[in-house]
Every structure is written in structure tokens, then in C-alpha cells.
Design a protein around this ligand. Sequence first.
Ligand code: GTP
Ligand code: MG
Length: 195
Amino acid sequence: MKIKSAEFVVSNSDVAKCPKSSLPEYAFIGRSNVGKSSLINMLTGRKSLAKTSGKPGKTQLINHFLINKNWHLVDLPGYGYARVSKSTKKVFQKFITEYFAQREQLVTAFVLVDIRHKPQPIDLEFMQWMGEHGIPFSIIFTKADKLKPKAIENHIAEYKTVMLEFWEDMPNYFVTSASKSIGKDDVLDYIEGLN
Ligand code: GTP
Ligand code: MG
């Protein structure tokens, strides 16, 4: 899929205020700092469409972007960022879970995981929650530029082993790098196939 247009629509913390349109929607979620906003900029080819930062906790709201005037891409706050106060963290979790539970336009979610790390309980728990709520998702491994191909292969093999303890199959997955534009066509073509 070619991206012809990408426009910011609205940010908010209330799922009820998300766009009323019935356009198909795709959401990006994962731990703080995993690279959600950077990936969105890479996919859309717009350098600063979504705000990014070296400090975790940059994205704090549900951000809707209209792509090619016919689908929505959604940038979400990260989960599991320990440095925000407990009450703020709770707000994130509440509206993140409300978003997934209530947003009927959502076609699928992408759960982003840093390729460099071993499977983390918080990600596994989040995917478990998605499974229990019947919310379809794929995994996107991020920051692939940080590892050599062999190490990428090993990390994915390890991820599969852990996932198969909980799941019948390894979910669909993509290997990406926002800084090297790796995986762009794979993700966009996948979305096009579902749209
Ligand atoms: P929050 O909004 O805080 O939840 O973070 P986020 O998941 O949106 O992460 P963001 O895109 O802001 O990126 C976090 C940091 O990781 C930034 O310093 C990015 O430059 C860096 N980063 C993101 N993607 C990549 C990548 O593919 N490769 C490398 N090397 N760095 C990346
Ligand atoms: Mg962000």
C-alpha cells in the first residue's frame, strides 16, 4: 500500500470521544519507549506525524490519524512505565483497556515488542488479556537495527518458545526498524489485505 495522505485527527483520553466514523482502524500498543510513535512515522513516511521521545511516557493520549482518507491509525500511550505516578498509570490502563474493549471499528492491534529483550511478563500478560477479550493482534518486533540477523533469529525463536506455552500458535509477527525502514511494506501490505 502506498501512503498518499496522513493527517492528525484528534487526541483524547476518553474512548467515547474517539471519531464516530466507521472507518477500519488499526492500533499500535506496547511498553513505553518500545517505538510505537516512531514506527507510525516510518510507516506513513511522515517524520513527525506522531510525537516521539527518548524518554518513556511521551504519548499520553489516544491519537487518531486518518490515512489515505479511508482508514484510521491509532497511536496509544505505552503501558508499564514505572515512573509515572500510580494513579496516572491506572488512568493509562483504564483508557487503554476501554479502548480495546469498546472500539468496534478496530480491525486488529499491533503489539510492539523490543527485539532486544527476552519475553517480558507485562507484554505476555497484555497479549493474554487481548486473547481473553477476543481482540485480534499481531506482534511487531521493533528496533531490529540494533541486532545482527543471527541474533534476531535467536530472539524470535526464544519468543516463539515462550508464546507456545500459552498459545496454540505463535501469533502473526513482523520484524521492523523505524530508523532503517525495515518491515514497512510487510506491515502496510498486511493492513491493505485486511482493509
Ligand atoms: P511512548 O510514547 O513513551 O510510550 O514511547 P513510544 O513507544 O511511542 O516510543 P518512541 O517512538 O517515542 O521511541 C522511543 C525511543 O526509541 C526514541 O528515542 C526513538 O528514537 C527510539 N526508537 C524508536 N524506534 C527505533 C528503531 O527502530 N531503532 C532504534 N535504534 N531506535 C528506535
Ligand atoms: Mg509514543
